[in-house]
Ligand binder design. Structure first.
Ligand SMILES: NC(=O)c1ccc[n+]([C@@H]2O[C@H](COP(=O)([O-])OP(=O)(O)OC[C@H]3O[C@@H](n4cnc5c(N)ncnc54)[C@H](O)[C@@H]3O)[C@@H](O)[C@H]2O)c1
Length: 427
């Protein structure tokens, strides 16, 4: 344990300066807290120190404003010893076996344990399975002799950041907190009360952990519902997007979800796995809703490939040798994040059938996720005119889909953004 200074000189140390950690650090800086950021990636730290952002929601100007407010990015874990509060925002990917890979969380916890001073509040924000804070972090932090709830304080607070959302940012999205003890909860409530408008107190860490998984599983399951419906509606010649528009006018009891080429991003395809993993590991049962949703959503890229094949077939073309242009390969509209994007599976499915795949995306110049990376086509309109089939995979605002459909031999609109009288074919 490091020799503790009388008073911590830093209000907050954020561990993991990515999509979650950086907006937290930014909001804390804006709220007048002294903030340091710790990351193991030297390039990330050096970039931030030079005023360069690597996440969509922050511009270089935002990072420079943080630096002006005293933000200090570092790779030195000794900074933890100066902190009143430490928040862990490191990745929690899936392991090879499909369970949670906690290596980054455990490494960050280990760094905290080595530099922890009495009085510090430690919060885990990384998404994980229920029980992680209590069963993994608590014993690791107490190993040095400090007791949680008495000498140090430990809580979980799920991150709800919605990259690219212009309406809900860090401050106006309520923050759920759950501590290991009432004193821990109180410390966490007090801390987040300084940087967000509303703090919601959970009964404990497990409830806070589970709340995050419920939110994302709810999305996953409902997206699967409309994805499965989209296949039937196509066969029945019913426009599902019009159905959803009509159903959405019900002022209660209905929330609209939309079909698409599959689910992407760091949360929806991954988080429900933590839940099914926990249910299987601890109760020996399958979590059928999650598994079914995974099956349905996971099959959507192959369904898109099948629809492309059918559209080419209508014009007596084989997929092999046909030029197929994919529009929008990021997992979400109007951002550059490509993580878990289903576009990769669509491209691979078409490549396997021998298509000449090209892509356009205003946010991606080189598509590195493919085994043979592709450069973006230089001229969108020329590429649309050249292609045997165009597939809109992401509804970036810069795409005028009806205009593109008019220029294309055929355009498959997987996002339902084309007008009713558009030449585009909806999924
Ligand atoms: N991206 C989202 O929209 C989102 C939303 C809600 C929750 N989450 C969850 O938040 C967590 C973080 O996700 P993210 O999207 O910010 O990830 P990210 O990959 O954008 O950033 C994580 C950062 O942590 C750093 N890191 C890894 N191990 C470290 C260690 N031991 N010590 C210090 N730094 C370390 C990495 O270098 C990286 O810069 C995950 O658990 C994720 O599931 C993400």
């Amino acid at each position: 344990m490091a020799a503790a200074p009388a008073e911590p000189s830093i209000d907050l140390v954020v561990i993991g300066l990515g999509y979650v950690g950086l907006p937290l650090a930014q909001e804390a800086c804006r709220s007048g807290l002294t903030v340091a950021g710790l990351d193991v990636n030297r390039r990330v730290v050096e970039g931030l120190a030079d005023g360069c952002s690597h996440v969509d929601d922050l511009s270089d100007t935002d990072v420079r404003a943080m630096l002006d407010a005293g933000f200090r990015p570092t790779t030195d874990p000794a900074v933890i010893a100066d902190a009143a509060t430490v928040v862990i925002c490191v990745p929690t990917p899936l392991s090879e076996s499909g369970g949670p890979d906690l290596r980054a969380v455990l490494a960050a916890t280990d760094a905290v344990a080595r530099h922890l001073r009495p009085g510090t509040l430690v919060v885990l924000e990384s998404t994980t399975y229920p029980g992680t804070t209590q069963d993994e972090l608590l014993p690791a932090l107490e190993a040095g002799g400090l007791q949680v709830g008495r000498d140090i304080f430990l809580a979980f607070s799920p991150e709800r950041i919605d990259p690219g959302n212009p309406r809900f940012g860090f401050r106006n999205t309520p923050k759920v907190v759950g501590g290991c003890t009432p004193a821990c909860t109180e410390r966490a409530r007090e801390f987040y009360g300084r940087i967000v408008d509303e703090v919601v107190v959970a009964r404990g860490t497990r409830e806070a952990e589970m709340a995050k998984l419920l939110e994302n599983t709810y999305r996953h399951v409902n997206i699967a519902l409309v994805n499965e419906m989209s296949r039937f509606c196509h066969e029945l010649d019913i426009d599902l997007w019009d159905v959803i528009r009509c159903a959405s006018t019900k002022p209660f009891g209905f929330q609209a979800f939309f079909p698409g080429p599959g689910v992407g991003g760091h949360c929806i395809p991954i988080d429900p796995n933590y839940l099914s993993y926990t249910v299987r590991a601890q109760l020996g049962q399958p979590f059928r809703f999650v598994e079914l949703a995974q099956e349905v959503n996971g099959a959507m890229p192959a369904y898109v490939v099948q629809r492309v094949q059918e559209l080419l077939n209508e014009r007596s073309l084989a997929v092999r040798g046909s030029q197929v242009l994919l529009l929008g390969v990021t997992y979400k509209a109007d951002i550059a994040d490509q993580r878990e994007s289903p576009s990769v599976d669509v491209a691979n499915g078409l490549l396997r059938l021998g298509a000449d795949v090209r892509f356009h995306d205003p946010y991606v110049s080189r598509w590195r996720a493919l085994a043979d990376p592709l450069d973006v086509v230089p001229d969108l309109h020329a590429a649309v005119a050249d292609a045997d089939a165009v597939v809109l995979l992401q509804r970036h605002a810069t795409y005028d889909v009806d205009d593109l459909a008019a220029r294309a031999a055929v355009l498959l609109d997987t996002r339902g953004v084309s007008c009713a009288d558009s030449p585009a074919v909806r999924l």
